[in-house]
Design a protein around this ligand. Structure first.
Ligand SMILES: NC(=O)c1ccc[n+]([C@@H]2O[C@H](COP(=O)([O-])OP(=O)(O)OC[C@H]3O[C@@H](n4cnc5c(N)ncnc54)[C@H](OP(=O)(O)O)[C@@H]3O)[C@@H](O)[C@H]2O)c1
Length: 281
């Protein structure tokens, strides 16, 4: 299967399908990531707060896959938004991954009620990592339309992506639209709602019509809407299943029927970024 590449607003490209390692236990991350690389994934999404960057690094090294064929993303810990902390934390990310450059580094959460509401200087700090060549691209995650507007207005620097919760029960259209309005590509996290949408009868019917599984149809829906996805699984057979989504397509009516499952805020599974203020101990 060939994974399509999406061009970001800085001219670089990102594989549209990747592998996420949220909730992969640190001591199993090297093995699980190695399996994903074997299946064919070349884009890995980790974060400082997942505490498993070292395992991702180990899998990269033992895979023997040339660095330029891999796309590696990490994200800033909520506790390190102050510029000097962000610089130190970014150094640590590179050390843990064993890399001298990441493809993408994100502010994980805007935390608008922390740090005196200043996520702008955090954003400005991330742009330094592009300037010094240690990040090919930088971006944000969980940014609401107002957060995006503000960092772009105050710094003039466009994030390459906005990684936000998106799945059929929470299509998050306002944040998606605000992102694409700024030419910021959307990365959809929890793309199958951690399994929560897989029993849906509408998705089940479309899956049966294509001889595909509900997970494949849901991931295909994201791809057809133009978003980037990186489902997580501990199991090789599911990693393969989730990878096999480029040999069929959905009709516009099928895409619309799945989008119609949106439940608005009630469908959100994660925290609301306007209020989320958690800092790991
Ligand atoms: N930026 C953020 O704030 C944020 C937040 C959440 C997630 N993310 C990113 O998005 C990635 C994906 O989101 P996620 O891990 O929350 O959820 P997800 O990918 O929507 O779902 C993962 C869950 O679904 C199960 N699963 C996977 N494939 C399946 C299949 N084909 N059939 C049935 N069940 C399947 C997995 O179980 P098994 O592992 O047992 O197979 C796991 O419990 C994360 O790993 C992370 O990289 C980012």
């Amino acid at each position: 299967m060939t994974v399509p590449a999406i061009t970001l607003n800085n001219g670089t490209t990102i594989p549209q399908l990747g592998f996420g390692v949220f909730q992969v236990p640190p001591d199993q991350t090297a093995e699980v990531t190695a399996k994903a690389l074997e299946v064919g994934y070349r884009h890995i999404d980790t974060a400082q707060m997942y505490r498993n960057e070292a395992g991702v690094g180990e899998a990269i090294r033992s895979s023997g896959i040339p660095r330029e064929e891999l796309y590696i993303t990490s994200k800033l810990n909520n506790g390190f938004h102050r510029p000097d902390d962000a610089r130190r934390a970014f150094d640590e990310t590179l050390t843990k991954l064993g890399l001298d450059r990441v493809d993408l580094f994100l502010i994980h959460w805007p935390l608008p009620t922390r740090y005196d509401g200043d996520y702008v200087s955090t954003w400005r700090t991330l742009t330094e990592f592009v300037d010094d060549g240690r990040a090919t691209s930088v971006g944000v995650s969980n940014f609401q339309p107002a957060h995006l507007d503000r960092i772009i207005e105050e710094t003039g620097a466009l994030p390459a992506v906005n990684q936000i919760e998106v799945h059929p029960y929470f299509t998050n259209e306002e944040a998606r639209a605000a992102s694409y309005r700024h030419q910021v590509v959307v990365e959809s996290w929890s793309p199958i709602a951690q399994g929560g949408v897989l029993g849906d009868p509408v998705i089940g019917e479309i899956a049966a019509a294509h001889g595909k599984t509900p997970a494949q149809v849901t991931l295909r829906w994201h791809v057809e809407r133009g978003d980037v996805v990186f489902p997580k699984s501990m199991r090789a057979e599911r990693m393969r299943e989730n990878f096999e989504i480029f040999d069929f397509s959905l009709t516009p009516d099928e895409v619309a029927a799945i989008s119609g499952l949106d439940q608005g805020e009630a469908g959100r599974t994660g925290p609301n970024p306007d209020a989320f203020d958690w800092i790991p101990s």
